[in-house]
Design a protein around this ligand. Structure first.
Ligand code: 2HA
Ligand code: ZN
Length: 279
């Protein structure tokens, strides 16, 4: 990274490198967006309009005037640390939240991620639902969660409870559960809408056969919650690959962990029957 690189890219450099190290970001897989806090950008003289306005599929008035750091379409997350100005960029929404333009990066002629609609619709939903706390959205191809979507027929409730039962911290990390979104075309308005709706109430959504979307107050938090869920899936798959699962955290133990950490687990997920997964 050049030493005069702007301060607002430091967080995405760490997160994208961590994602590559984890094996979550093959080739151009995955994408990242961060809603920029004005106070964190300093006076950011680099941010100047450098494109025409592009119209979004759906106007997002809740994001009017917001700026986002976004990974570029077709770009490799593993290259962000080497050449941030080529692989990420900053976009700004207009006063109606209906159009965006480029302010920085995407050199020389790049554009934001193909999943921009899903990212921005999710940002609008979680900004409102979290009272402005949530700032980060990550989409990634976390391999254990993907493998789980091949190995088992899942619902939101059974996936949630399976992960809570497979790793004792999960009910504390995501008491609201993890949404299961049956296969839809990536990059489509339909999957963007389903993802944004789900993430209004849960921090994570699995896309069947494809990957996961996670949110957080910053990129570290979004990365961490995905890591926790993917590790729970890995633990389950490792135990299952022995040929037999002898025992698991039961419903009462999950409930007691939640009570101990003063979180309220999603009631429908806690009531789900996952016994077939542990047979
Ligand atoms: O290639 O991950 O879902 C980027 C993606 C699309
Ligand atoms: Zn993807």
């Amino acid at each position: 990274m050049s030493k005069d690189a702007p301060v607002f890219i430091q967080e995405i450099i760490k997160t994208s490198s961590d994602m590559w190290q984890k094996g979550w970001a093959e080739a151009n897989g995955g994408n990242i967006s961060l809603r920029l806090k004005p106070e964190k950008m300093g006076n950011a003289p680099e941010l100047r309009p450098k494109s025409e306005w592009f119209t979004l599929e759906k106007a997002l008035p809740g994001l009017a005037g917001e700026k986002f750091l976004v990974s570029g379409t077709g770009k490799f997350l593993r290259n962000i640390s080497l050449f941030p100005e080529k692989n990420v960029g900053v976009v700004e929404l207009d006063g109606a939240g209906a159009r965006y333009r480029l302010l920085w990066g995407f050199e020389p002629d790049g554009r934001p991620t193909s999943e921009l609609e899903a990212h921005l619709r999710t940002h609008e939903a979680v900004k409102e639902a979290s009272n402005d706390v949530m700032h980060a959205v990550i989409h990634t191809h976390a391999p254990n969660l993907i493998a789980l979507s091949y190995a088992l027929e899942l619902t939101t409730e059974t996936l949630t409870k399976l992960l809570w039962q497979s790793h004792a911290e999960c009910v504390v990390g995501f008491p609201g559960g993890i949404e299961f979104i049956p296969w839809m075309m990536a990059g489509s308005p339909e999957i963007a809408e389903a993802t944004a709706t789900a993430l209004r109430v849960r921090p994570l959504a699995v896309w069947q056969f494809h990957g996961v979307f996670g949110t957080g107050r910053n990129l570290d938090a979004a990365f961490g919650i995905i890591d926790m869920a993917d590790k729970a899936a890995q633990i389950y798959l490792m135990a299952r690959s022995t040929g037999r699962i002898a025992c698991t955290l039961n419903t009462d133990q999950v409930r007691r962990i939640a009570a101990n950490f003063k979180v309220v687990p999603d009631a429908a997920a806690l009531a789900a029957d996952t016994s077939a997964f542990f047979a």
